[in-house]
Design a protein around this ligand. Sequence first.
Ligand code: BDR
Ligand code: CA
Length: 313
Amino acid sequence: MPSQKIIIDTDPGQDDAIGILLALASPAELDVLGIVTVAGNVPLSLTSRNALILCELANKTETKVFAGCSRPLVRPLVTAEHVHGKTGLDGAELPPPTMSLQKQHGVDWTIETLLEAEDNSITICCFAPLTNVAMAMIKAPQILPKIKNIVMMGGGYFEGGNITPTSEFNIFVDPHAASTVLSCGRPLVMLPLDVTHKALMQRKWLEDLKALGTPVGDAAFGMMSFYERFDLEKYGSGGGPLHDPTVIAYLLQQELFEGKFVNVEIEISSELTMGMTVVDWWKVTDRPPNVTYINQINADGFFQLILKRLAIL
Ligand code: BDR
Ligand code: CA
């Protein structure tokens, strides 16, 4: 029996793709109840299509995929084709999906699933703007006790932002949703740029992916090769950061990560710093801690975990 029931909320996105594949490759630990898509890296029609394509790539056609919200709660949608390409999965040659989306709206399914669950039993894994999760909390606050944990990729403090000087993409796209989720009172774990910028893809790892010689290895190599070009140009670093799979790796091997339980608030008023994650790292205020904020990773262990799991798909 898998030890953890999870919902994946996502906007694939090549790095989301690796996160989804990693989760689907880990049935001994993770029971993926469903995948819910949201508008983010690319519009909802594409993130939904991509999620279906990825389930088929992983040969997990029984996975339920639901489309969620098509735009943020308040602000207009901002997408990231400049990073992910036109489709969101540029770099991989993948056939169109034969699977279909589930009919129910992703937010309604999330609510229904949580309401039917035992208290403290489901982990929500967020790879994207938090619109769906916030909507579910607003629509049905009685879901809150059912949530065991919310583990999200988002934010950045010491590293600054990647879409504006102060703000990370997932939080910036829907800062009002992020603020709602951060104040929900349930356990929260954030994997911000401060940790993902320490998880840089090395050439050898990319070659190892390719050497798997499988459709998953080929697709992962193609997607990652396309995706890292943007960060390489931008940061001039030794490899592009692999963001979203840190969420799943955290569930699988928590010992790879370190962080601190601190207060994190979201800026939702200032246009200049909109979506900034204000982290009280040094506890200089009386604001109560609400987030386990991760800032350290054993990068080698992380990349080996992904390689090992993707090899079995
Ligand atoms: C986050 O933004 C998206 O572009 C990635 O998929 C990731 O979720 C990184 O800032
Ligand atoms: Ca994402």
